[in-house]
Each structure stands twice: as C-alpha cells, then as structure tokens.
Design a protein around this ligand. Structure first.
Ligand code: MG
Length: 381
C-alpha cells in the first residue's frame, strides 16, 4: 500500500518519537515501543443513526395504538471488524431517538484499546448516566457482535449453550374484533404457541374466539391489568382449564404481597415483566414470582441479561426471553440466550416490514439460530 505524504509524515513521527522516548534502549525495546504506540492507535469507533420500524399491523395495548417504532441503529468498528447494535424505544417506555442520541454522543470508546474487556467497557457505559437502558443495550449488543466476530463464534457457542435446545416462540395475537382475531389466528398457524394480551373487559371473549379456531397453548400477558387478587386467581383458574402455559405480570408491580399470594395459589407459573428490569430485580422477584421475563432493552443488553438468566436459574426460577418490536439485530442478540430459557417471546422482527438484517428465524414454530458469528446476523440492506 502506498502511503500518502500525510500518512508518511505521521508514521515517521511515531517511529522517531519511539526512538526519542527511549534513547538508551536496545533496538528490540524500541521496536516494542513502536508497536505499543501503534496498538494504542487501535480504537473502537461508535456510530449511530435513527431508523423507524414500520409495523405490519397496528400495535395495540391498553388504550394505546401505533404503526411505527423508533429505533437507533449502532455500529462499533475496530480493526476492520464491524459490530451491529440496536436500541428499540416504544414511546411508552420513556426513551426516544433524541434521548438515545444524547446518551450515545457521550460514549467515548477511544479510551479502551481491547474490546474483550466487556466488563470494564460496559460498566463505563452504564455509569455515564442513569436510565437509558435501550441506548446502553445498543452499545452492548454492538460490542458483543464485534467480539463474537473477532472470535469467529456466535455467542450461544461462547456461552456454552446448545444450539438445538432453543424453544418454540410465542406469537402475539393483538386485541381486535372477533372477526379480525379469527383471521389473525388462522394466519398464525405456523406458530405452536400464541400470546394474548389481557386486562380488558372482554378477556374471556378473546380466549373463546381463539379456542374456536385452535387448541395450541396460550401465554397470557396482563400488563398489570388485574387489580384484585381474588379476581386474578379466578381468571387464572379459568385459563388453566384452557391450555395456558403461564400468566405474565397479572397485577400492578407495586402489589407485591398480592402477587406473592397469587403465585402461591396459582396452578400456572406467574412471570414478572414490568417488575423485573435489571439484575438486582431478580433477587427481589424471588419468592414473589415463579419466573422473570428478560428483555435486552430493559437489562441494558446481553451482558446483564446473561447474568440475570444464570441467577434466576440458580434460584430455581423460570426464565422467559422477550423483546420489543425490533429488527433481526436485537432479536437475534436476545435469541443467543434462548437455548437456556423456559419460554421465548421472540416475534419482534416478524412484526415489521422493513427489517435490514438477516438473522434468527422461526422454523416450525421454533427459534432457530444461525451459524453467523457474533449475534448471528448479516446486513441485507
Ligand atoms: Mg409483558
């Protein structure tokens, strides 16, 4: 490669600086100094850009609907490798493209020369500001992708998980009129588990409509919608007779005594979602819930999600891995943990029409990992 005049002058300056700094050193020491100088120039470069996901169907929870999800796409470049990351920020969770851009502008990775120092690098990122879990996850995911690519291995392999042990994923049937729900259930026939959102007046009617079409197991997410514990237990018993696997966040997260009571009486596992964000929340959830729902956009990424998974399993709790509406980038990153979970809710990339990555697939209802290194994706657009 031909050096430009400017590069030549810079290189020459570096070499002479090495010699000047160690005038009495042997040639080999001088060479080492030059190498150290050049290795100090190996810097990670973080870039980010906003992107808007277009949803295939209007997304409705509680009294709220939307047709797009704002995300921030990140890259970390280092020594010819590129790691991809993503922050997904549904508006009701409080982050935005503006808040993510403000946070990411403060992340200076140039102080680290070794991307394998994940613990130190991600501790630094976490301590820049409180909150911002999705923005932090976008750095964490890109760094994991980069490191996995440098090792030429996917993360399930690095973590020692068995690729074939991934579970079936649930697929969410949005709240709608009985005719539309019937149509959606028919279209969801490739999926072996359906998820329904409850906590409205017509909860039983929605389940009856689904059961008129299919007997596949249901997961139920109440999103804190039931306020009375006796009513909640009655509903859970009713669902238990209709082939339900578990109930997610049945009551408001503040009602811990009621939820503990419900978990003790319930024939179905009770999973905490809104009440479990990060690692210390796993300890708090122990004895209150049967299990936890881990999402990268809550946990600040893969590093802490992995710790939450191992902690919850060691406490004998069930683990579910979930996601937001996301491209195949963040969903594939979450899927790296899926061989170890009891339940997966990884349909976020199936709900959008403008994905820009190829990654994890659902084949015969099952989460199916790729062999691509890192988080298991390739850019397609
Ligand atoms: Mg949930």
């Amino acid at each position: 490669m031909k050096l430009s005049r400017r590069q030549f002058i810079t290189t020459g300056t570096l070499i002479s600086a090495g010699i000047t700094l160690a005038p009495l050193a042997s040639f080999s020491t001088t060479t080492t100094n030059v190498n150290q100088l050049s290795s100090n120039n190996k810097k990670m470069k973080l870039t980010f850009q906003p992107y808007n996901l277009e949803l295939r169907h209007t997304f409705t929870i509680a009294n709220y609907s939307r047709t797009t999800t704002p995300v921030m796409l990140t890259t970390i470049e280092y020594e010819g490798y590129t790691g991809y990351g993503e922050a997904s920020m549904p508006p009701y969770l409080g982050e935005s493209q503006d808040s993510a851009a403000k946070f990411l502008a403060q992340v200076d990775l140039s102080k680290f020369t070794n991307p394998f120092e994940l613990e130190d690098i991600l501790d630094y990122v976490d301590n820049i500001a409180s909150g911002n879990p999705a923005a932090k996850a976008s750095v964490d995911i890109a760094l994991h992708d980069l490191v996995g690519k440098m090792l030429n291995k996917p993360w399930y392999d690095i973590w020692g998980f068995t690729k074939s042990k991934t579970p079936d994923t649930s697929f969410t049937i949005g709240i709608d009129t009985p005719e539309v729900v019937k149509q959606k259930v028919k279209e969801a026939s490739p999926y072996k588990i359906l998820k329904v959102k409850m906590g409205r007046d017509n909860d039983k009617e929605l389940v009856e409509v689904i059961r008129s079409i299919t007997d596949v197991p249901l997961c139920v997410d109440v999103n804190q919608g039931w306020k009375d514990k006796n009513f909640a237990l009655e509903m859970i018993n009713w669902l238990n007779e209709r082939n339900t696997l578990f109930v997610e966040q049945p009551m408001p997260k503040e009602q811990t005594a009621d939820i503990a009571w419900l978990t003790e009486k319930s024939p179905l596992p009770i999973i905490g979602d809104e009440s479990v964000q990060r690692l210390p929340d796993v300890i708090k959830a122990h004895g209150i819930y049967s299990g936890i729902n881990i999402k990268l956009m809550k946990s600040t990424g893969m590093r802490e999600a992995h710790k939450m998974l191992l902690l919850a399993k060691s406490l004998g709790m069930k683990v579910m891995i979930g996601c937001m509406t996301e491209t195949s980038c963040a969903v594939s990153a979450a899927a790296q943990l899926s061989p170890m979970v009891d339940y997966a809710d990884l349909d976020g990339n199936l709900l959008i029409s403008n994905d820009i990555y190829d990654g994890v697939k659902v084949i015969d209802g099952k989460v199916t990992l790729t062999d691509f290194p890192g988080i298991g994706i390739k850019k397609i657009n």
